[in-house]
Write a protein that binds this ligand. Structure first.
Ligand code: F0G
Length: 501
């Protein structure tokens, strides 16, 4: 029986069998990262040709993949059955009423798009995915578009998008017989890995930068029983060290250099179009850290187009924090040289200066016609408060999407009538300290506040809701409430002149 999938180096095109990959998930010839391909993938060609022979890549820059239409006939002639788009849509819908755990998962419900498990019974699932797509009318107005949606990946079991990737890669660890798994993390990957490892009965080690992860995330990995190692370095230092360790011990690496992670993380693309009744938004806006997620979502949309599930893909734009912006700089560098930066941002989830998947993500941006933007700390804080005030909320790293969208609209890159989906990657409860500091007026420095425009200052003033501390006395409380209500009414009348209340 031929293998259901292979790994293809995204740099030199060399292909290997899934279980032949090195423990650091790097190509031995060129150090590139792999992607998972299937017999039906674009450029897969005759399925068993070239596998494992890195000297004869089936598809490389010098030997480019065939066009989609040519590819379909090539795969058809070698008797590869392409998944049928109509059949898949029907099946995915039908599984929504199933009681089987794999069908209830918003990742494995789409398993025809990620057929790499030999035995689907061994899948480790917490019923991830199935996250809401919220309408965001007030944020739409603030950004200057008519229709804005938010795909809230923070509504996953451990509160971030990492669950969709973790169910995929950790299931592979189980199938390959690993006892130990590990990751370096800014907090969310470690929380997700710890939960899924606990479900599977595997042992896990997390490496996190000391003092630079939000409490919510650190507490999760402890709660789920991980061995938590805080290193006196940043995320990039943690990943570098772990990459060396996995080459010496039988530990399965679960960072997004592991291509199976990205297979799970591509499924929100399917959910989004399903939730939009198979219409495709014009734009998708994603935060960028290690750049695995934007790569995964791009893969999902491009594969759906290749298989005929959709006719076009959205423009995918990646937003980075200004203090952690290596991809943004790369796009602006005429020599196109990737220069790692010393990352610094309060959005600790994306405090990453040397992103592993920058090549994959830059290709997704270029292939889909999107952009890379950067936003500063004030813009992130404001956008986070605006998303919160919409009753949705998210963690700081997710808020870069709204802040970035405002810039894309201002630059004319997104027009008012285009439909935009923001990918909110983490739950607001992941980093409550950030939110509390913001509302108490203790988040930003005096210098940061001084550089704000009048309009920004007014927006912050309207959004900030510091808690009132009062004596437990009826008269005192009444007076305070009356004052607040009068203020709120006055502000509302000012905002909408001519409205009779
Ligand atoms: N948003 C959140 C909430 C994240 O936790 C991360 C990454 C990102 C965005 C960026 O995604 O790395 O795929 O570009 N967090 C990783 C972690 C690095 O360890 O939890 P990316």
């Amino acid at each position: 029986m031929s293998a259901t999938h292979q790994l293809r180096c995204t740099n030199c095109g060399a292909r290997i069998a899934g279980d032949a990959v090195r423990s650091d998930f790097r190509c031995p010839d060129c150090n590139g990262l792999y992607e998972v391909i299937y017999p039906w993938s674009e450029g897969a060609g005759p399925w068993n040709a070239g596998v494992g022979s890195s000297n004869a890549p089936a598809s490389s820059p010098a030997n480019p993949p065939s066009t989609p239409s040519a590819n379909i006939s090539a795969t058809a002639s070698s008797e590869v059955r392409l998944p049928n788009p109509g059949g898949m849509r029907h099946l995915w819908q039908e599984r929504k009423t199933s009681t089987m755990p794999v069908d209830q998962s918003g990742v494995w419900r789409f398993r025809e798009m990620l057929p790499f498990m030999r035995d689907v019974e061994r899948v480790v699932t917490l019923r991830e995915g199935n996250t809401p797509l919220y309408e965001m009318p007030r944020c739409a107005e603030l950004a200057g578009v008519d229709w804005l949606l938010a795909k809230h990946q923070g509504m996953n079991p451990t509160g971030s998008f990492k669950d969709t990737g973790m169910t995929a890669a950790l299931s592979v660890a189980v199938e390959r017989g690993f006892q130990w798994v590990a990751c370096a993390s800014t907090g969310n990957t470690s929380a997700a890995m710890a939960a899924y490892a606990a479900r599977a009965g595997l042992r896990c080690i997390v490496f996190i930068p000391e003092g630079k992860i939000a409490w919510g995330k650190l507490s999760q990995s402890m709660d789920y029983g991980a061995l938590t190692v805080q290193l006196k370095t940043d995320f990039d230092g943690c990943l570098k060290l772990l990459t060396k360790l996995v080459q010496q011990f039988p530990i399965y690496l679960l960072n997004s250099v592991n291509p199976y992670r990205l297979e799970g993380q591509k499924t929100p693309a399917m959910e989004i179009v399903e939730q939009m009744e198979w219409q495709v938004p014009e734009h998708l806006v994603v935060p960028g850290g290690n750049l695995g997620n934007s790569s995964a979502l791009g893969k999902g949309f491009l594969e759906m187009k290749h298989l005929g599930l959709i006719q076009r893909v959205p423009k995918i734009s990646v937003i980075q924090a200004q203090g952690a912006n290596p991809l943004y700089r790369w796009f602006g560098d005429e020599n196109r040289e990737m220069k790692p930066v010393k990352a610094e941002t309060r959005a600790t989830a994306i405090r990453i200066g040397n992103p592993a998947s920058w090549r994959k993500a830059s290709r997704v941006i270029e292939e889909t016609g999107g952009w890379c933007e950067q936003v500063n700390e004030q813009e992130i804080a404001l956008a986070k408060a605006e998303i919160g005030a919409e009753g949705v909320g998210c963690e700081p790293a997710s808020a870069v999407t709204l802040a970035g969208l405002k810039k894309l609209v201002a630059a004319g890159r997104v027009t008012r009538e285009e439909r935009v989906v923001l990918v909110l990657t983490g739950h607001t409860l992941k980093d409550p300290q950030y939110t509390i500091d913001y509302h108490k007026g203790e988040l930003l420095t005096a210098a940061e506040i001084a550089s704000e425009t009048e309009a920004e200052r007014a927006s912050h003033a309207a959004l900030r809701k510091p808690p009132l501390v009062l004596e437990a006395d009826e008269a005192v409380v009444l007076r305070a409430l009356e004052e607040r209500m009068a203020k709120a009414n006055a502000a509302e009348t000012q905002a909408t002149p001519g409205t009779s209340k």
